[in-house]
Design a protein around this ligand. Structure first.
Ligand SMILES: Nc1ncnc2c1ncn2[C@@H]1O[C@H](COP(=O)(O)OP(=O)(O)O)[C@@H](O)[C@H]1O
Ligand code: SF4
Ligand SMILES: [Mg+2]
Length: 325
């Protein structure tokens, strides 16, 4: 392994996750590579159906038939997760790598008090005395800024707002002191104010715990404050990566530019968004050349022949396009 790979908390190399369905092979994730340093926040941004969730679930090795991880490497602290048996993977999933899903109710049980659910998440991973366990539950509720945690620990999920439930799902995910947190569109079902509060909370949690975060979203507006770097995903591949500010100021790939154009500008009175025409290609019929070609304003005949190579723009930035810039 290279020296560079050793310094990464996570390095994903040429990951491929396909779904084998009656209408063909859906290449949901089709050669994805990216890395995350310890304590870093990476945004994975792209439209719906680009393969973001399948990427997140692949990192957790939670892909079920008809899906299968068919290629690549997922190096976590230098160890390839794809080579581990399920028993060893259990020691990593939910302990060292953890996930918050779009719908908090997937991780909450409606019939148990939330304090008990957090306690259960803790005890799956380690044994604590009753007092220490209670203390840890309250500490986690404080970490996700639940007011009066001693009282709210006795609530059932339905007694809380959507925003609070999503914070509880966060507390459950953080119950194991993981060093990688995958947050898959955790704010999509929240109103704008609660969304902003949640992003601030994730920032605070990151600086308090040092956890590395992969934040998956379709919304560039959300990644701007939270993330250090961004990977833009389109049709099962990463098409551009770079430090967030730099990439947002000077996007190199036409898809990144189009996505950014569809974000409302601060202070703009227009409520009409410039959205990109058309949709991503069907994952069982990917075009042979650039997958964005059917929607790209800059398309040229050569774009249709072969998938564009990854062009290094500088040390930190790259994009897969024949006409970068
Ligand atoms: N369980 C599944 N069975 C078949 N196809 C799936 C399954 N899960 C995801 N896919 C397909 O994989 C592609 C990527 O999906 P997903 O990763 O959920 O997209 P995103 O999270 O970017 O919206 C989609 O075309 C979707 O239809
Ligand atoms: S390779 Fe061609 S079609 Fe693809 S994004 Fe670049 S200019 Fe557009
Ligand atoms: Mg998704």
């Amino acid at each position: 392994m290279s020296e560079l790979a050793n310094s990464h908390l996570l390095q994903v190399i040429d990951l491929k996750t396909h779904f084998f369905v009656s209408r063909g092979t859906l290449k949901a994730v089709d050669g994805v590579s990216f890395y995350l340093n310890k304590g870093e926040v990476l945004g994975i941004v792209g439209e719906s159906a680009c393969g973001k969730s399948v990427t997140g679930l692949s990192l957790m090795r939670l892909i079920e038939p008809p899906g299968k991880i068919v290629g690549g490497q997922i190096l976590f602290n230098g160890e390839d997760l794809l080579k581990l048996g399920e028993k060893d993977m259990l020691k990593i999933r939910g302990r060292q790598i953890t996930m918050i899903q779009q719908n908090p109710d997937t991780s909450l049980n409606p019939v148990f008090r939330i304090g008990n659910q957090i306690a259960e998440a803790i005890t799956t991973h380690r044994k604590l005395s009753k007092e220490a366990l209670n203390e840890k539950v309250i500490e986690l509720l404080r970490l996700v800024r639940i007011p009066s945690p001693e009282v709210r620990a006795l609530d059932y999920p339905h007694q809380m707002s959507g925003g609070m439930r999503q914070r509880i799902a966060g507390a459950i995910a953080l119950a194991c002191d993981a060093n990688l947190l995958i947050a898959d569109e955790p704010t999509t079902n929240l109103d704008v104010t609660t969304q902003a509060q949640y992003i601030k909370l994730l920032e605070q949690i990151q600086s308090e715990t040092g956890v590395g975060i992969i934040f998956i979203t379709h919304d560039f507006g959300i990644v701007s404050t939270l993330t250090d770097r961004v990977a833009v995903m389109y049709a099962g591949r990463i098409v551009e990566t770079g430090p967030t500010k730099d990439l947002m100021e000077k996007p190199a790939h036409p898809y990144t530019r189009a996505l950014l154009d569809s974000v409302p500008k601060p202070g703009s009175s227009s409520t009409r968004l410039h959205s990109i025409q058309g949709g991503p290609p069907n994952p069982n019929k990917m075009p042979p050349g650039c997958r964005f070609a059917p929607r790209c304003e800059k398309v040229k005949p050569e774009c249709l022949k072969e998938y564009p190579p990854e062009v290094k723009i500088n040390n930190n930035r790259s994009a897969s396009c024949y006409y970068v810039g």
